[in-house]
Design a protein around this ligand. Structure first.
Ligand code: NI
Length: 170
């Protein structure tokens, strides 16, 4: 089921995800819903907090359009190491129509559980590293606008307010 994606400045986007203790059938269903929602958008990543679920869970698929999809599930993720610097023109499904250069680490090492609850470690760079940092932020109530300078921040805030007419538009 495609779920409604919360748009900035919805306050629920500031919620933190809570630790997940067990992979239940309900959690698997939520992961399916999130994947459906992300692919329908379309987007390369989606955090549970973006659909109003306060859980430590995000999904990413950075495969190119002409490649087979490669869904990655991150439960209870932890970024163990960040190195280097990288600026990437980022978008976010909670900020429709906005693309901004955001400074990130070039490489990250992350530890998380997959959709079956098995722990894994992953070293990522490029778009995957950017997406991991972006989605990880979501689980801690942080948004791409928080990484912008004062001017861009004000402009983005104003643009997003203009979109709000009682409900999300996308
Ligand atoms: Ni986002």
């Amino acid at each position: 089921m495609v779920r409604t994606i919360l748009h900035y400045p919805d306050k629920r986007l500031r919620d933190h995800g809570e630790k997940i203790t067990t992979v239940t059938p309900e959690l698997r269903k939520l992961i399916d819903d999130m994947a459906e929602t992300m692919y329908a958008a379309p987007g390369v990543g989606l955090a549970a907090t973006q659909i109003g679920e306060k859980l430590q869970l995000f999904i990413i698929d950075v495969a190119d359009a002409d490649e087979p999809s490669e869904l990655r599930v991150f439960i209870n993720p932890e970024i163990l190491e960040s190195t280097g610097e990288l600026t990437w023109a980022e978008g976010c499904l909670s900020f429709p129509g906005i693309t901004e250069d955001i400074d990130r680490s070039a490489r990250v090492r992350v530890r998380a559980q997959d959709g079956d609850g098995h722990w894994f470690e992953l070293e990522a760079e490029g778009l995957l590293a950017v997406a991991i940092q972006h989605e990880y932020d979501h689980l801690h109530g942080e948004l791409m606008i928080d990484h912008m300078g004062p001017l861009k921040k004000r402009l983005t805030h104003r643009k997003m307010l203009k979109r709000v007419d009682g409900h999300s538009v996308a």
